[in-house]
Ligand binder design. Structure first.
Ligand code: ADP
Ligand code: 5GP
Length: 195
C-alpha cells in the first residue's frame, strides 16, 4: 500500500502487482525456470491455464493446467472469460482474465507461461506486462531437451520442433531474451528481471 498526500487530503491506494509473461519453444526450459522463480519470489503467483490437451502421466487437474473439454473452452471464449487464448501445437490453451486480475489487485506479481501468440495478445491488452522470451543455445540442444524429457510422442516432438522456428522469429518483440544454456545463470537472469 502507498500513501499519496494532496494538501489536507491523504489518499490511500493499494499497490497492484506486476505481470510477467514467459514464452519460448517447447523443451527450452520454461517450466524449469518458472519453478525456480516461484520458489525464490514469495510474492510471485502462477496463473494456471486452461487447456484442451489431455493430461500427461503425473499431471493433475488444477495443478499444471485446468484440463477442460473443447465445448467448455468454446463456452469460455464466447463468455469472453479469457485474457488471451491460442491454438498451440495440437490443442487450445488460455488464461482466465479473472485469475490474473484478482491476483494483481491483491498486490501479487503474476507469472504466465504461455506461447508467443498469447504473449502478444497480453501485451496489447496490458502494455505494462513484462515479456520474457527463453531461447535455446541451439536447435540441436533444443531437440535433445525435448526428446530427453520423454513426455511427448515422436509425432508431437516433430510438431513442437517445427513450431519452434516460428516462435524464435518473434523473440525481438519481447522486452527480455534469456538464453537458457547454463541453468543457474538463466535462473539468476530471470530472478533479477522479476525482482
Ligand atoms: P519447457 O517447459 O520449455 O517445455 P522444460 O522445463 O520441461 O521445458 O525442460 C525441458 C527439459 O530440459 C527438461 O528435461 C529439463 O530438465 C531440461 N532443462 C531445462 N533447462 C536446462 C538447462 N539449462 N540445461 C540442461 N537441461 C535443461
Ligand atoms: P505443454 O503442452 O507443453 O504444456 O505446452 C505447450 C505450449 O502451450 C507451451 O508453449 C506453453 O507455454 C503454451 N501455453 C500454456 N498455457 C498457455 C495459455 O494459457 N495460453 C497460451 N497462449 N499458451 C499457453
Amino acid at each position: 500500500m502507498y500513501r499519496k498526500n494532496e494538501g489536507a487530503n491523504t489518499e490511500y491506494r493499494m499497490k497492484t502487482g506486476k505481470l510477467f509473461v514467459l514464452s519460448g519453444p517447447s523443451g527450452v526450459g520454461k517450466g524449469t525456470l518458472r519453478q525456480h522463480a516461484l520458489n525464490n519470489a514469495p510474492n510471485l503467483k502462477y496463473s494456471i491455464s486452461c487447456t484442451t490437451r489431455k493430461p500427461r502421466e503425473g499431471e493433475t487437474d488444477g495443478v499444471e493446467y485446468r484440463f477442460i473439454s473443447h465445448s467448455q473452452f468454446q463456452e469460455y471464449i464466447s463468455r469472453e472469460l479469457f485474457l488471451e487464448y491460442a491454438h498451440v501445437h495440437e490443442d487450445y490453451y488460455g488464461t482466465l482474465k479473472a485469475d490474473v486480475i484478482s491476483e494483481l489487485e491483491a498486490g501479487h506479481d503474476v507469472l504466465l507461461e504461455i506461447d508467443v501468440q498469447g504473449a502478444l495478445q497480453v501485451k496489447e491488452k496490458m502494455p505494462g506486462a513484462v515479456l520474457i522470451f527463453v531461447a535455446p543455445p541451439s536447435v540441436e540442444v533444443l531437440t535433445q531437451r525435448l526428446t530427453g524429457r520423454h513426455t511427448d510422442s515422436e509425432e508431437s516432438v516433430k510438431v513442437r520442433l517445427g513450431n519452434a522456428i516460428g516462435e524464435l522469429a518473434l523473440k525481438d518483440k519481447y522486452d527480455y531474451v534469456i538464453v537458457n544454456d547454463d541453468l543457474d545463470s538463466a535462473c539468476e537472469e530471470l530472478r533479477k528481471i522479476i525482482l
